[in-house]
Structures are given as structure tokens and as C-alpha cells.
Ligand binder design. Structure first.
Ligand SMILES: [Zn+2]
Length: 458
């Protein structure tokens, strides 16, 4: 038994034999120069949001995004720049409006949720039946819902970690299925957000358990609060809803991949990523142009410093917003191959405040070195047993190792999936702090960076 354990331990640690963690001085210098002067991440974020704009998955806009990405990553000097295409069903937004007909006629601001059925151009008219949670909707008798437009309210508050998005996202994610099963005509939810601007928040939902698709939209938060006040007056409320959404069939999306080749190509790569697609209402600056920018900028800064032992693989995932299609395609093609660590940035570009990792017991020294390298940026070390990320989530769940850098999410859900997700929401100084943190993590994981040999004079 003892012998077996020793052998297992040796097997688990032997890949580390070839590996050295760069000195704290070298890591600190890379971190601090990113903090002082990184411009790569801003260039990518500004370029992608300006020259491409919104990048709804599977549409020609996302295709232009991939073309832009290939050109940009090639121009930055990365190797093996390529697109791995995949097919996916594509949904698009059409004309949309919500009007209260009675008791107090007025217009509201609405956006269709991804995969919403169409009302047709003429729209539908129905009485509102209101609930304050999906559970309350579930508990209602079908007869209370049948033929009506369901409205679900909730009280999501801003938090640093963004933890509220799980619980308070339920009206959007599950509400449409539950409403459909009870025979509802349509559903509108209070936007899953924390702002008080008259901007609806888009987002995906799916009809599960054989539920027939029905029209499903999100009201802006001021309009949802207005709806609650109108309902409190106790009179029946009638809404005319127009959501001319369309399923346009199967189209192509793809993951854009680029690499910093390691000195030892036989070693598993470090994957750094974000997602290239966005919702269609803004220009996808915080979600997720800044994420793909942070990942590529950090990789570029390592490449500028020299050659890492391990390959750094940049993946700009396609079609994340509408169902993690890019992450699942990458997993299907490469998820069985060993990876040294997975990292993804998909929570805006405000200051990183925490690092979690899931590298395994044998790599605790690396996890601790990461914590030490990030402490000067005010980043606290969290868990050694978990990491998260959207596209990489399924592969982390499969058991692949990863590192998670948590941005401050306090204002993230003010802009998330709204027309307000635009470049002006990116704070360049906080963006540089993100790049500094990512660069430091990549330096620790790199296995050592060999500075380029000075070329001899001819
Ligand atoms: Zn995102």
C-alpha cells in the first residue's frame, strides 16, 4: 500500500520536475510593468467594440468578429492562429414593444429573451398575472395563469461576487418554461439587473421538459417597478406585447485559437480565454470584449518577455451567451487532452479582488506562489479547491485544473446584457490591474520564461 502511494505521488509530481516557478522578482517585474503601462487590452477592447460592435452568436456580426480576431491575433505575433468552426441554432431579435392598455395606458420598455417565441407582428393582448418568484408561479393553479401574460418580479441587489445572479436569474431561466406548462399566453420578467436605467437586460433561456415556446421578454427595472405599482391599485392590468423574434436555423459559429508556443511542446498547454460573442443590445464591452482582451494581453506580455516552457493557448470562445456552444465544442474536440490550467475572464474589467485555484495538492506551491504574486495588487487568496468560468466550467467539472480570478462585480449587473454595455464602462486603470494579475498568474504557471538571446552583430 505504501509503495503504491509513493509511486502514485511520484507520478503525480513528476511533470513538475521539468518545471520551475520564475523568481518573485521576475514575476513582480512583469506584473508591475503591466500595471503601469499595458495598452494591449485596451487596444483589443476598443478595436473590437468599435470596428465590429455587437456580436450576436451565429450571425454575420459574430463572423466579422472572428475575422477581426484572426487578423488582430496574427498582427500581435501569436502562432497557430485558427478558427475551429461549429454549427448551432440561431435566434434573432425583431421588433418589440410592450404597452399597458388598461387601467393606465402607457408604453413600457421591453427586450425579448433569447429563444423567445414570436408574437407575430400583430402582437398578443392579455391580462397580467403577477408573481414575486418562480416558486410562487410554480405553486399557482394552472387556471390562474392560463391565457394570461405572466409577470415575475424579484429583488436582485448588487454584490461584489455577483452571487445574486444565480438565485434571481431564475425568473428568466426557468420562468418561461413554468409559465408555458401552465398555459400562459406570454411572460415578462423584471430584468435580471441592478441598475435603475430604462434599459432592459437580455439573456438566454430555454424551454425545457417539452414546454411549447411562448413569447418571453424582460421589462426594464423602472418599468417593472411601475408595473408593480400599477398592479397594487388592484384593477385588472392588460398588456399588448409585440416580440417578433425569429429562429433562423442552423448557422456557423467558431472558436478562435492562437498560441504562444512553449519551449517544450510536449507539455500540456495553459488555456486562457474569454468569449467573443455578445448580446446584441450594446457593443459587448464588459461582456466580453474586455475578457478576451485581458487573456490575450497577458499572453502577449509573457511572449514579449521571452519563451515560456509551456505553450499558452488563447481561446476566444464563440456563442457563449446563447448556451456555451463554444465551450462545449472545445470540450468535445480537446477536453480529453491534458491541460495544465484553464482560465477564463468573463465578469467585466473592474478590479480583481480574489484568486481561487484548483490545481491539486501536488501543485500547492504553485497555488501559493500565485497568491504571493497577486497580494501586492490587493488580491486576496481564496480557495485551493475550486475555480470557475463559463465556457471552461464543464471542463473544470470534468476535473481539469484551473485558476479563477474574480473581478469586483458591484456594478457589473448595471450594464450586463443591456444597451449600456459599451466601451465607456471600461476603466483603463482597472483593466490594467486585470492584465497585471493575469500576467503574474501566467508567469507562475509558465514553467519558466527564457529571455531571448541577444542576436550577435554581423
Ligand atoms: Zn459573458
Amino acid at each position: 500500500m505504501k509503495k503504491f502511494l509513493a509511486a502514485a505521488l511520484l507520478a503525480a509530481t513528476s511533470p513538475l520536475a521539468a518545471q520551475t516557478i520564475p523568481s518573485p522578482e521576475q514575476i513582480g517585474a512583469l506584473r508591475d510593468s503591466a500595471m503601469d503601462g499595458d495598452h494591449y487590452a485596451w487596444d483589443i477592447t476598443e478595436g473590437l467594440t468599435t470596428e465590429v460592435g455587437q456580436r450576436l452568436a451565429g450571425t454575420e456580426a459574430e463572423t466579422r468578429g472572428r475575422d477581426w480576431a484572426v487578423k488582430k491575433l496574427t498582427a500581435m505575433g501569436f502562432s497557430n492562429v485558427r478558427v475551429e468552426p461549429f454549427d448551432m441554432p440561431v435566434w434573432t431579435r425583431g421588433a418589440e414593444s410592450a404597452t399597458i392598455l388598461a387601467p393606465f395606458p402607457q408604453k413600457m420598455v421591453v427586450a425579448a429573451l433569447g429563444n423567445s417565441a414570436s408574437t407575430g407582428p400583430a402582437g398578443v393582448t392579455g391580462e397580467i398575472v403577477a408573481f414575486d418568484s418562480v416558486d410562487a408561479l410554480r405553486a399557482a393553479p394552472d387556471s390562474a395563469v392560463k391565457g394570461k401574460i405572466v409577470f415575475i418580479d424579484h429583488q436582485m441587489m448588487p454584490t461584489q461576487s455577483g452571487i445574486g445572479y444565480g438565485q434571481f436569474g431564475a425568473p428568466r431561466r426557468q420562468g418561461p418554461t413554468v409559465a408555458s406548462k401552465k398555459g400562459a399566453l406570454a411572460i415578462v420578467v423584471r430584468s435580471i439587473g441592478t441598475d435603475h436605467h430604462r434599459n432592459p437586460h437580455a439573456g438566454v433561456m430555454t424551454f425545457n421538459d417539452g414546454a411549447t415556446p411562448i413569447p418571453a421578454g424582460a421589462l426594464s427595472i423602472p418599468d417593472a417597478e411601475q408595473m408593480a405599482r400599477i398592479l397594487k391599485r388592484g384593477k385588472p392590468v392588460t398588456m399588448h406585447l409585440v416580440l417578433v423574434s425569429q429562429n433562423i436555423g442552423t448557422r456557423q459559429s467558431g472558436n478562435v485559437i492562437a498560441e504562444v508556443p512553449g519551449r517544450d511542446p510536449s507539455l500540456p498547454p495553459i488555456l486562457v480565454g474569454g468569449h467573443l460573442d455578445s448580446w446584441d443590445l450594446g457593443t459587448g464591452a464588459i461582456d466580453d470584449a474586455s475578457g478576451v482582451a485581458i487573456a490575450a494581453a497577458a499572453a502577449k506580455r509573457i511572449m514579449d518577455a521571452g519563451r515560456p516552457l509551456r505553450t499558452i493557448r488563447i481561446v476566444w470562445f464563440g456563442a457563449e451567451e446563447v448556451g456555451l456552444f463554444g465551450g462545449l465544442d472545445y470540450r468535445a474536440k480537446h477536453g480529453k487532452e491534458p491541460h495544465y490550467a484553464l482560465l477564463e475572464s468573463d465578469f467585466g474589467a473592474d478590479r480583481i479582488w480574489k484568486v481561487d485555484s484548483k490545481l491539486g495538492d501536488a501543485r500547492k506551491p504553485e497555488a501559493e506562489a500565485i497568491g504571493n504574486a497577486l497580494a501586492p495588487l490587493g488580491i486576496v487568496t481564496g480557495s485551493f479547491t475550486e475555480a470557475e468560468g463559463s465556457d471552461i466550467g464543464p471542463m473544470l467539472a470534468d476535473g481539469l485544473p484551473g485558476v479563477g480570478l474574480s473581478q469586483d462585480g458591484t456594478r457589473y449587473f448595471d450594464y450586463h446584457h443591456t444597451p449600456d454595455d459599451t466601451l465607456d464602462k471600461i476603466d483603463p486603470a482597472q483593466l490594467r490591474q486585470n492584465v497585471a494579475a493575469w500576467t503574474a498568474v501566467l508567469a507562475v504557471l509558465s514553467g519558466g520564461i527564457e529571455e531571448p538571446k541577444r542576436s550577435k552583430r554581423r
